[in-house]
Design a protein around this ligand. Structure first.
Ligand code: ZN
Length: 140
């Protein structure tokens, strides 16, 4: 006699990129990542983010290097940083998973419009990790 077993597989939020239940912040991060990615499909920027920095923003995908002095693996450096407002976002592996923010979130509709008008520009220098007192903890 055969019996039926119901199996439910649960994937973490963001595991397949964009989803219908994405928040405004998640949609913003996906759009900005795809916009500034050199290879949006190859690196699946919509899911992981991308590597990009200019005078206004920094985006860095979740880092898997595991090095003890890596600013991203240690959680010191955010995955998204809007420099003028100080707004920062961290995520675990994928945009939308285990996200944490710091600082006041700027108006995302306006910011998205402003950022996506721009093209990629040259990455500027070194990313410096500062503590709350403004002291440099390290750089990458
Ligand atoms: Zn790392």
């Amino acid at each position: 006699m055969a019996s039926k077993v119901k199996l439910q597989v649960v994937f973490p939020k963001g595991a397949f990129g964009a989803g219908g239940d994405d928040t405004e912040l998640e949609r913003f991060l996906r759009r900005v990542s795809v916009h500034f990615s050199e290879d949006p499909d190859g690196e699946w920027a919509e899911k992981y983010g991308t590597g990009y920095e200019d005078e206004t923003i920094l985006i860095h995908p979740y880092c898997w290097c595991g090095k003890k002095d890596c600013a991203w693996c240690t959680g010191m450096a955010p995955n998204f940083w809007h420099k003028p407002s100080g707004f920062k976002v961290w995520w675990y592996k994928y945009i939308g998973r285990g996200m944490e923010t710091a600082g006041e979130q700027p108006g995302l509709t306006t910011l998205l419009r402003e950022l996506t008008k721009r093209r990629r520009s040259v990455v500027i220098g070194t990313f410096r990790v500062l503590n709350d007192a403004g002291e440099e903890l390290g750089s990458v």
